[in-house]
Design a protein around this ligand. Sequence first.
Ligand code: HEC
Length: 476
Amino acid sequence: MPTLLVGVLFVLLAFPAAPALAQTTAPAASQSPALDFETFRTKVQPILLASREGLVRCITCHGGKVGTRLRLEPLSDGAAAWTEEQSRKNFASVSSLVVAGSPMTSRLLLHPLDRQAGGDAFHGGGKHWRSQLDPEWQTVAAWVRGPGAAAAAAPTGGTAVRIIQTNAAGDDTHLIDPATNRVVGVIRGVEIPHGVTTAPDGSRLYLSNESLHTLDAVDAVTLTVVKRVPLSGRPNNVALSKDGRKVYVGIAQAPGALDVIDTAALTNVKTVPVKGSIHNVYVTPDGKYAVAGSIPESTISIVDTVTDTLARTIKLSAGIRPMAFDTNADGSTKNIYVQLSNFHGFAVVDFASGKETARIEHPAIEGEHPHTDGLQGAPAHGLAVSPDGKTLWSTSKVYGYAYVHSLPDLKEKGRVFVGQHPEWVTFTPDGRYIYIAAAGDNMVFVVDTATLKEVARVPVGQVPKRNATGLLKVPR
Ligand code: HEC
């Protein structure tokens, strides 16, 4: 990663959070985004006039000298800006080189963008933007996306999609706005936050607190703890029931259990005995089962979410680490994909029979030095099925890569570097981007899932591990 890009990142993140928050609290979504002339005139046009070190200005070439579809009006003698009439003509020409709502298929954004950052192979005027993080690129992209973009991702008024990143060696949790890839909020005062999930109405976050052995309910707007619910032991990860009424908390302290927290009363209503101490817990996509993995017992406990009792267990040959699920046509659970202790890859378990049907080992990456220090028995940790069900992402702490497999055939379709000691992954709701916690870099890597290219690195706290995607209320 060039130091320049890292520099740009820090400049970006040095801005206060408030403007980004205001931006995403957009009013009702318009279905087909239209290009806005005023935004073009006041925000985009200055970029076409600006000078950049080592480069010629856009206007110098596209103001008549080169014959391309990008035709900018020549500036009148002595003028520093275009007139209204000239701006209208520029708007018409520039608009023909973008696809409203889709920055990454817009020639205007791809031609001057560095190839490494997802740009076109060649531009006769050179590469003006080294990354999609360039503030100019972001400004043009925001115009192309249109004012409805943020709201489109947030169907209800006053909420916005957030990537929530806990920090395993910190007392803070970071909220990232995926529209800008900036940190827009920090929850403080939850020491060793482990897992996180969010209320369906966006009003709250629930964080398991490993230092106090509580589940902490946090107000999404004020970002303060409203209640700490005592647990039956030291917690690990959490999962929300499909109806949002319960949070299941994996209890890592022996003998292990699943605590059930009623989200309306904010009380611990049941401790469900399961097999072994629990590391990660999930609720299946159909909502019928809470699925909890035990490292010391190598078991997966399957709990019926209607009765909150243990329905069955699946025993495998090694400790159960992260899991992911796909579904049959009727929505029922098809496979459990599972990373195992001391295995550099994942196993596939048929949900109905409980039988392991395949095991995929991640190959070594040529030219990359394998890391074996601090793996804590989990060479591969971080696993998720994409929202469209077509790919499985598995991260390797040994090589710092994500391996992407297509489903259901389990063929590797690509790899991408995602930083040191990647630990956990989460997708944006539309599946276009994946956010990967790089615990060894104190960063979250953002990868475009279509191109498998890194688009941003967002600095967060110490040793970021579990993360999640949620729709959260934002300050008005
Ligand atoms: C040194 C001259 C020069 C500069 C400066 C320059 N361009 Fe270009 N641009 C060209 C040439 C030559 C082409 C045609 C060849 C090609 O496609 O690369 C072109 C093509 C394009 C195209 C594709 C147009 C089409 O017909 O499809 C876009 C979009 C574009 N430039 C955008 C920009 C933007 C935005 C800037 C400023 C950030 C800029 N250019 C700066 C020379 C320049």
